[in-house]
Design a protein around this ligand. Structure first.
Ligand SMILES: Nc1ncnc2c1ncn2[C@@H]1O[C@H](COP(=O)(O)OP(=O)(O)O)[C@@H](O)[C@H]1O
Ligand SMILES: [Mg+2]
Length: 234
């Protein structure tokens, strides 16, 4: 199965922003993208329906022919942790349920999954984002807010992904808050400690992301199952 599990160092770090651009660029390359955001809280109520904003953005960017429910069947209104939101709606969701949602219709395409929150944020009654990623056995793309303090966050996440036996597709240092301290260079500092690809997404003044082509190339290059498991964190 080809695809990527997009996670972040936390919430509001740019996972959707990056995922949407990946979906757009893959679609432009004629890759069939199957977007999934299996569970989303903070949905907007429109009449009787809850509209998941992330899932909708992914569906549009991927030009996905399936329904919004195929992308995101589990939707909750309160902008809180998905597990807590599910409880408030008297729902109990398991990792296995989210796993099977992710697999539905994924046979002939590139599965692009956005988790919720960070890698260790609870996602289901019995599991974290990490557990869904492990069930799917997809490479993980880590999106981080490029700011003072992110070095430790990225290294902790990279180690956690590695400890779960998953491949790191790359790290995206996302400058969403337009930090421009000329003396700071998190990407260069991380390269001293990480063996995986590290990409930069600059602040998008006009809302237009500038993800490097090499990131898209890396995502569509299949990882050989016999490739040695390189340690990402030195
Ligand atoms: N590189 C960037 N430049 C400008 N704005 C950004 C950038 N990355 C993200 N944003 C904005 O930051 C906010 C949070 O990003 P989002 O992708 O929704 O985060 P997440 O999915 O991790 O919760 C959104 O309003 C998004 O448009
Ligand atoms: Mg999001």
């Amino acid at each position: 199965m080809q695809g990527v599990f997009i996670t972040g160092t936390g919430t509001e770090v740019g996972k959707t922003f990056v995922a949407v651009e990946i979906a757009r660029q893959l679609t432009q390359r004629k890759v069939t993208v199957i977007p999934k955001k299996p569970i989303e809280s903070g949905c907007i109520r429109q009449g009787d329906e809850l509209i998941p904003q992330d899932a909708l953005a992914l569906k549009n960017a991927a030009n996905y022919s399936g329904s919004l429910s195929d992308v995101c069947p589990y939707r909750f209104e309160p902008p809180i942790s998905p597990v807590r939101a599910a409880h408030l709606a008297n729902k109990v969701l398991t990792t296995e349920q989210l796993f099977s949602i992710c697999l539905q219709g994924s046979e002939d395409g590139f599965l692009l999954i956005e988790g919720a929150g960070g890698f260790y944020s609870p996602l289901a009654e019995n599991g974290l984002n990490a557990d869904l990623a492990v069930a799917l056995q997809l490479p993980v793309l880590l999106v981080a807010d490029d700011k003072l303090g992110s070095l430790s966050q990225v290294l902790l996440n990279a180690e956690a992904i590695q400890m779960r036996g998953l491949q790191i597709a790359g790290v995206v240092m996302n400058n969403l808050n337009n930090n421009n301290n000329e003396h700071m260079d998190n990407t260069a500092d991380l390269r001293e400690h990480l063996n995986c690809d590290i990409f930069c997404n600059p602040y998008a003044k006009n809302g237009q992301p500038q993800l490097p082509k090499s990131l898209i190339d890396a995502l569509v290059t299949p990882i050989s199952p016999t490739a040695p498991n390189i340690s990402a964190v030195r």
